[in-house]
Write a protein that binds this ligand. Structure first.
Ligand code: DHB
Ligand code: FE
Length: 280
C-alpha cells in the first residue's frame, strides 16, 4: 500500500528560486532565510520519499485566461520548467509518475473531484521554487513529481474546505494504490501577500501565525476561512494558502508539526512561511 509520509507547506516566492539559481543564498540578504530552510532539507533527505505530489497554482504559465481548470493533475512522464519571461529556470525537469497519477485521477474523479487531466504541462515557480527550497540544486530531483494545480488566479477559486476535502480524498486514493511508494505532499503559495494595488506589500503576521497554528491542530477551523477573509486579512494573493489545505487534508485527521519558519523581508515584500508536518 502506498502511503503519505509527510507534508510541507511553503511560500513559492520567485526571488527565492532566483537566489538559488544565481548562487546568492550565502549573501547577507539571503543567508538567514536559507539557514532556516536547512532543517526542512535535512528532514526531507532523511524521509527520502519516492514521490512528491506538489499542489500549487499555475500563474498563467501552463494555462492562460482562455482555459482555467479549478483542479488539474499532471499525468505526463516529464514536466519542464515553464518560461515565465526570463527563459526556463535551469533546474531539472520533473520526472512524473504516470501510472500512480492516473490511478489518483481515477480515484479522485470517482470520489467526486472532477479533475482536469493534464497530459502536458509546464511547471512554473509555484512548483519549482518549493523544490529548490526542499532540495537545493541537485542534478535530478530525488523523487518523482506529480503536479496538481489549483486555480486561485481567476475568481472564484475553490474554498479552503473544498481543498481540505480534496486532500482527504487524495489520501484515500493513495491508500488504494497497490504500489508501496512513500509520498510527500507539498502545498505551496502564500502566506499573506498582495502584489498589486493600493495595499501592495501587505503582510499580516498575526493572520499567518494563526494559520500555521491552526493548520496542524484545527484544520476544519482553518478551512472555514472564506474568500473575503483571505482577501481582507491576507491580501489579494493570500488565497494561495488554500493549497496548504490540500496538503493538510492528505495527512489525515491528526498531524504533528516537525518544523516551522516564518520571516518577513529579504525574500520579497511578502511573508515567507514554511511548515513541515507528519501524519500523527
Ligand atoms: C511573489 C509571491 C508569489 O506567490 C508569486 O506567485 C509571485 C511573487 C512575491 O512574494 O514576490
Ligand atoms: Fe504565487
Amino acid at each position: 500500500m502506498a502511503e503519505i509520509v509527510g507534508g510541507i507547506g511553503t511560500s513559492h516566492i520567485p526571488g527565492i528560486g532566483a537566489a538559488v539559481d544565481k548562487g546568492k543564498t550565502q549573501e547577507p540578504i539571503w543567508k538567514n532565510l536559507f539557514d532556516h530552510y536547512e532543517p526542512a532539507r535535512e528532514w526531507l533527505a532523511e524521509l527520502a520519499p519516492d514521490v512528491a505530489i506538489v499542489v500549487f497554482n499555475d500563474h498563467a504559465s501552463a494555462f492562460s485566461m482562455q482555459l482555467i481548470p479549478t483542479f488539474a493533475i499532471g499525468v505526463a512522464d516529464t514536466f519542464l520548467p515553464a518560461d515565465e519571461g526570463y527563459g526556463r529556470r535551469k533546474v531539472p525537469a520533473a520526472q512524473g509518475a504516470p501510472e500512480l497519477a492516473w490511478h489518483l485521477t481515477e480515484r479522485l474523479i470517482l470520489d467526486g473531484f472532477d479533475m482536469t487531466i493534464a497530459n502536458e504541462m509546464d511547471i512554473d515557480h509555484g512548483c519549482t521554487v518549493p523544490l529548490s527550497i526542499g532540495c537545493d540544486q541537485p542534478d535530478e530531483w530525488p523523487f518523482a513529481i506529480i503536479p496538481l494545480c489549483v486555480n486561485v488566479i481567476q475568481y472564484p477559486p475553490p474554498t479552503g474546505a473544498r481543498c481540505l476535502a480534496l486532500g482527504q480524498a487524495l489520501q484515500r486514493a493513495v491508500a488504494s494504490w497497490e504500489g508501496d511508494e512513500r509520498i510527500v505532499v507539498f502545498g505551496t503559495g502564500g502566506m499573506s501577500h498582495q502584489l498589486q494595488g493600493e495595499r501592495a506589500g501587505l503582510v499580516n503576521a498575526d493572520f499567518d501565525t494563526a494559520f500555521l497554528d491552526g493548520l496542524t491542530a484545527d484544520p476544519d477551523g482553518v478551512a472555514a476561512i472564506d474568500h473575503v477573509e483571505y482577501l481582507r486579512d491576507a491580501g489579494s494573493e493570500g488565497i494561495e494558502l488554500v493549497m496548504w489545505m490540500v496538503m493538510r487534508g492528505a495527512l489525515g485527521d491528526n498531524a504533528t508539526e516537525r518544523y516551522r519558519h516564518y520571516q518577513v523581508a529579504a525574500a520579497s515584500n511578502t511573508a515567507a512561511g514554511l511548515i513541515v508536518l507528519e501524519p500523527a
